[in-house]
Design a protein around this ligand. Structure first.
Ligand code: 4AD
Ligand code: MG
Length: 434
């Protein structure tokens, strides 16, 4: 009799083991019966295989167990893999023994379900082929990003996620009770990464960031994973070069190593192979001119929204940079552009085909007086940032860095309609469970 501890092979390997007896462990993906036989499609993380279970070859208890099992019941099957042209993949498994590990209850997800219901049962919907593919892509993209930075000599650092003040606009912070004090969930780890360049020089954090975004859009999460590299002695030009190498590297590797995942989402792998440096660079001034040419009523000084991002990237196959934005719409730490004091030294990377901003980046004001002056202009509470300002007193150096929203990158690369499918348990304004 089969036991749960029995040695098994992944389904992908079983499929390549023609005429051999193997054991697989998985879940029932589809099931039908006809004429004393059960046809069960079994899935594991490597794929699916059709298994034929013949009543005459089973013990009565094994047959009864599989006969009454549900979709998603967990199952172990021992059998022989055979070629069969009628089977979906040209091979199928003839079962010799079956163990239903847990039959459980009727699986609540049937074929046609509303997106809202699928979000309610997200913990179960994660077993769908669509979510399996998306979660694999997510894991690969995380790995490629880390591999790239590790190879470039970066140290991964771990910032605190509970802070006393924000690094960006501060308007979208989640408040938390921290003993007797008011604190916030971090919206960016940048300020802490900056502190660590003075010892490790090239660092990155890869951690959640929190934004109490009230906007219900297809690209905003309240909790997202933020990759934030920070580099000593980098300027804006070096920063952009580095970003395009990172993003191309991730795109190329995903296309080369996992074209099957891309094809599942109807993305042509070649479209990601073609993501190569250099990316187009538009100054903010040029971007405004281009938008106006395309009929937009945006004027100098305005921020961009979904519409503008779409107009700027609709005909692009690669991401583009928009650099040197007006200082009034960017964060306090960005240094003024000496060539045009209305702007700051920064760049946003926009994904092609309207997928929106995937990176926010800039040089950092590294001079004590200039930083304090700007923070006072903005009426910021300097006490909350005393340690950050302090960094500019001892051996300060020019530096730059960026923040990449990993779910935005996944959304773009898999061409997802909504960012929520790029993360297993999405947090958005109207959803905190599961
Ligand atoms: O442009 P942002 O706000 O920049 C910063 O936070 C900088 N401190 C980063 C840095 O320089 N270290 O955010 C950076 C990126 C955006 O480009 C976007 O990709 C992503 O974070 N992002 C979001 N992703 C999902 N949901 C949201 N609500 C997001 N807000 C920003
Ligand atoms: Mg931004």
């Amino acid at each position: 009799m089969l036991k749960t501890g029995v040695k098994s092979v992944p389904i992908s390997k079983a499929k390549a083991s023609e005429s051999k007896e193997v054991v697989i462990k998985g879940w029932i993906y589809r099931k039908r019966s006809s004429g004393g036989k059960i046809f069960a499609v079994v899935r594991d993380r490597t794929g699916i295989i059709q298994c034929i279970i013949d009543k005459s070859a089973m013990s009565e208890s094994a047959w009864n167990a599989i006969d009454s099992a549900y979709l998603e019941s967990s199952i172990i099957i021992k059998g022989t893999v055979k070629k069969d042209e009628r089977a979906p993949d040209g091979v199928e498994m003839e079962a010799k023994d079956v163990l239903v590990v847990h039959s459980g209850e009727q699986f609540p997800i049937t074929e046609y379900q509303s997106p809202e219901f699928l979000l309610d049962v997200r913990h179960l919907w994660l077993r769908s082929q669509r979510m399996i593919m998306a979660m694999k892509a997510r894991s690969y993209i995380f790995r490629y990003a880390r591999d790239f930075l590790d190879k470039q000599g970066f140290f991964e650092i771990t910032p605190p996620l509970v802070t006393v003040a924000g690094g960006e606009t501060g308007a979208d912070l989640f408040e938390v009770k921290y003993f007797d004090q008011k604190a916030y969930l971090t919206e960016s780890s940048q300020l802490y990464s900056e502190a660590m360049i003075y010892s490790l020089e090239k660092v990155y954090s890869f951690a959640p960031s929190y934004r109490a975004e009230k906007s219900r859009t297809v690209k905003h999460l309240a909790e997202y994973w933020h990759l934030e590299p920070e580099m000593a002695y980098f300027n804006n030009a070096m920063n952009m070069k580095f970003q395009e190498k990172l993003v191309s590297g991730i795109a190329n590797k995903l296309a080369k190593e996992h074209p099957d995942i891309l094809k599942f989402f109807s993305v042509e792998p070649d479209s990601l192979i073609k993501i190569r440096p250099p990316f187009k660079r538009l100054s903010y001034d040029q971007a405004i001119a281009l938008l106006q040419e395309k009929g937009s009523d945006k004027k100098w000084g305005d921020d961009f929204g979904v519409e503008e991002e779409k107009l700027l990237t609709e005909n692009e196959d690669k991401p583009i940079f928009v650099y040197n934005w007006p200082k009034e719409i960017k964060a306090f730490y960005m240094p003024v552009n000496p060539k045009d004091e209305r702007t700051v030294l920064c760049a946003d990377m926009l994904a092609p085909h309207g997928h929106g901003e995937i990176i926010g980046s800039s040089e950092r004001e590294w001079r004590y007086e200039e930083l304090v002056k700007r923070m006072k202009e903005l009426n910021m509470n300097l006490d909350n940032y005393s340690w950050y300002i302090d960094l500019r007193k001892y051996g300060s150096v020019p530096h730059a860095g960026f923040g990449l929203g990993i779910e935005r990158v996944i959304k773009w690369m898999l061409n997802l309609d909504h960012i929520r499918d790029a993360i297993p348990f999405p947090r958005v304004i109207n959803r905190l469970t599961p």
